[in-house]
Each structure stands twice: as structure tokens, then as C-alpha cells.
Ligand binder design. Sequence first.
Ligand code: GLN
Length: 217
Amino acid sequence: MKRLGPGAAIQIDVCTVMTKGVGRLKRIGVLALQGAFVEHIAQLRRLDVEAFPVRLPRELEGLDGLIIPGGESTTISRLMREYGLMAPLRKLAEEGFPMLGTCAGMILLAKQVSDINVEPLGAMDIAVRRNAFGRQVDSFETDIEIPVIGEPHFHAIFIRAPFIESARDGVQVLAQLPDGSGVAARQGNMLALAFHPELTEDLRLHGYFLTIVRGER
Ligand code: GLN
């Protein structure tokens, strides 16, 4: 085996600086423990980024952002604990690492969740209600206005969706339903959506997340 001398160490540093350079393709992880991660990866690949499934803490290395998909928030939070992801994800969130949570992913980003069976990351100052729309309207689709992405309205697919009950100062609510329920919010580099943009052809919300990742917005 070849031993690395001091010169080699310097070279590695130079490489690291180069690969972290501004112009390179962004690398986005998608938490792949359960739920709709395949669709997010497909969506990201349509944009100019590299997308990787993440199951283990070491797979978080070298990423520029992370998507937490929809699925079952109770299951995802249990698996996050079992796979040792809670602490590294909380640390990244504190450091301002960009994260997008959709549906169950939004629940996991919240500080407060209506259900004690979910242990969220607590990355955003929002209180979220699980399965907030009740049985009759378990799932529905509707066009919503999201000013940060402009016109036309976004066709939002809600599947046993949560909504944002309250948000503290520092959280920007990006979209609401006509009854006032919060369904999209941003805080720093965190973005939470109650619906499923990965199930549509519309790339604008993934694109918006990438502008956050690139530090453009
Ligand atoms: N109802 C699910 C939960 O509470 C979320 C549904 C979804 O992600 N589509 O975890």
C-alpha cells in the first residue's frame, strides 16, 4: 500500500477545493428509506444536477442539498433513527444545509408535529398537522398560487397531506389554500411543501430549491 506523505495531503486539499468550486454540477441527495424517492431523483435528473439516494450517514458527504420525500412520516422517522441519520441531519440543518421536505418530508422538517409517533428533525419553526384534510378529502388536486415561482398556478397533488398550522417569525409562508391552510413555506435554506411536486411534469419547485442550493435566492 502506498503511504501518503505531506505533499500528497496538499494535493488532496487542492482537489477538494476544485471539486467544491462554483461551476460544478450540484449533487443532491434524496432520502431513500421509504416513500416517493425515485420520482424525486427522476425530477432532479431532468434539471442540471446529479441526484443520489441516501440511506446511510456517510452518503451525506459531498452533497449540496437533500430532499426528504413523501411517504409515511412515522416509518421514515423510525428508519432515520435506526440508520443513525437523526444526529447528522440535525447538525446539517443547524449549519444551514439546504433541505426540501415534501408531504411526509415537510412533517419531518417541522419543530412541532400533531402526532407523538413522529420524531421530527425540528429544522423549521412550523407546527404541522398530519393527515390534516380528514378522510373525505384524503387526496385531492388543486391549482395554487405560489408567488416565488410566478404564473401559471402550480398543479398541487395532495395525498393524505399535512398542513402548516402555525409558523414563527423567520418563516416565510409561500402558499396557502383558500381556507388559509399553509401548504408551502421557507425558512433560510429549508423548503417545506405539503404536496407532491415530484408527481407532476412541472419542474419549477425543484428548480426553486436549486436556486436556494446555488445561493441565488
Ligand atoms: N400521511 C402521511 C404522513 O403523515 C404523509 C403522506 C404523504 O407523504 N403523501 O406521514
